[in-house]
Design a protein around this ligand. Structure first.
Ligand SMILES: Cc1cc2nc3c(=O)[nH]c(=O)nc-3n(C[C@H](O)[C@H](O)[C@H](O)COP(=O)(O)O)c2cc1C
Length: 364
């Protein structure tokens, strides 16, 4: 008997996931998730940067078993692939943040909860006993910021990811055109008053950030922030070597080389181009991560070779979440890990420690 063809379309490439999600999402939600700032050059630059490197593989290495495990801020993870903090995950699927956090736990990795989640940080924390980090936007209302940090500590988060590339919001034209706002019944659940996120002319998110985020927050305020809890602090959004060195000088525990997935400064460099200099400059003084444009296991391999300890994945997780919630996010992450494992076998690097800088050269 011939096998019945599967009714579920096979999702083999990153584009397959995005296409399938697009068919399910409202136009406003799809546009919000996919958008970059302005002409979306930084967003595309991030992806393109991965295509410019070739990998000089080794042969006759015993790669019969591969180990993708590492640690993040001292916590073991089964794969060097974390879920980037992203706002408003219920826009993708009713399970929202809970689905994505459970998927991370199911595959043995770390979920980073956004300040702008549509589920409270306490409910996300309670969804699984796995290690999680909390992403913080510093608000003008310092008391509110302090409360967020204390709530995160109380709820059991293992560290703070402080986003430093968004003193104001980048201009996302699609959101402005769509008058982007959360639909009725959905709220930014961690915020006391959600009124600023109601529909306005243009993007409600842009108005909220301008009204509430503290654009004056600077290096000198880091001491204050660190004094509020003993939680490790990771700065997200650094692309310069001098900023990375300064972060180390302030006793920061980790850096995420990031340009917010190209959603902030459209002229920003590709994060992969910023990574090697930063990794070299900080050495073992703090952990270095990267995000932006990572779509395959081979991309993860390249990021690790260029100095990242692990990577964060953004939009692909939202595309997966939009399909079948937790189950699809777990499938996506497992697929990326398998892809990385296959790449490691083909390159002759059975463990992450075997991945070296000199295996990569720019394509000529
Ligand atoms: C829809 C969306 C919402 C995001 N929300 C946040 C956020 O709340 N806080 C934050 O630090 N970064 C946020 N980011 C940026 C991501 O954490 C990450 O830096 C970026 O998505 C990585 O690029 P990628 O999408 O190409 O993988 C968001 C990104 C997207 C696509």
């Amino acid at each position: 008997m011939p096998k019945k063809p599967s009714t579920k379309a096979k999702l083999l490439s990153p584009r397959d996931w995005e296409r399938a999600a697009r068919a399910k999402l409202s136009r406003v939600a799809y546009d919000y998730f996919r958008s970059g700032a302005d002409a979306e050059r930084a967003m595309k630059r991030n992806v393109r940067a991965y295509q410019r490197w070739v990998v000089w593989y080794r042969v006759l290495v015993d790669v019969a078993t591969r180990d993708l495990g590492t640690t993040v801020l001292g916590h073991p993870v089964a794969m060097p692939i974390l879920i980037a903090p992203m706002a408003y995950q219920k826009l993708a699927h009713p399970e929202g943040e809970l689905g994505a956090a459970r998927a991370a736990a199911a595959v043995g990795t770390i979920y980073i909860a956004s300040t702008l989640a549509t589920t409270t940080l306490e409910d996300i924390a309670a969804a699984t006993p796995a290690v999680k980090l909390f992403q913080l936007y510093v608000h003008k209302d310092r008391e509110f910021t302090r409360e967020l940090i204390l709530r995160a500590k109380q709820a059991g988060y293992s560290g703070l990811v402080v986003t430093v590339d968004a003193p104001v919001l980048g201009r996302r034209l699609r959101d402005e055109r769509n008058g982007f706002a959360l639909p009725p019944g959905m709220t930014a659940a961690n915020l006391a008053s959600d009124s600023a996120l109601a529909a306005t002319e243009g993007s409600a998110l842009a108005s909220y950030v301008d009204d509430r985020h503290d654009a004056s927050f600077s290096w000198k305020d880091l001491e204050w922030l660190r004094s509020l809890s003993e939680l490790p602090v990771v700065l997200k959004g650094i692309v310069r070597v001098d900023d990375a060195r300064r972060a180390v000088g302030h006793g920061i525990d980790g850096i995420i080389v990031s340009n917010h997935g190209g959603r902030q400064l459209d002229a920003a460099p590709a994060t992969l181009d910023a990574l090697p200099g930063i990794a070299r400059a900080v050495g073992d003084d703090c952990e270095v991560y990267v995000d932006g444009g990572i779509r395959s296991g081979s991309d993860v391999f390249k990021a690790l070779a260029l100095g990242a300890r692990a990577v964060l994945v953004g939009r692909p997780v939202l595309w997966a979440l939009a399909l079948e919630g937790e189950a699809s996010v777990a499938e996506l992450l497992r697929g990326m890990a398998e892809d990385l494992s296959r790449t490691m076998a083909l390159v002759g690097t059975p463990t992450l420690a075997d991945i070296r800088r000199d295996m990569l050269t720019p394509e000529s």
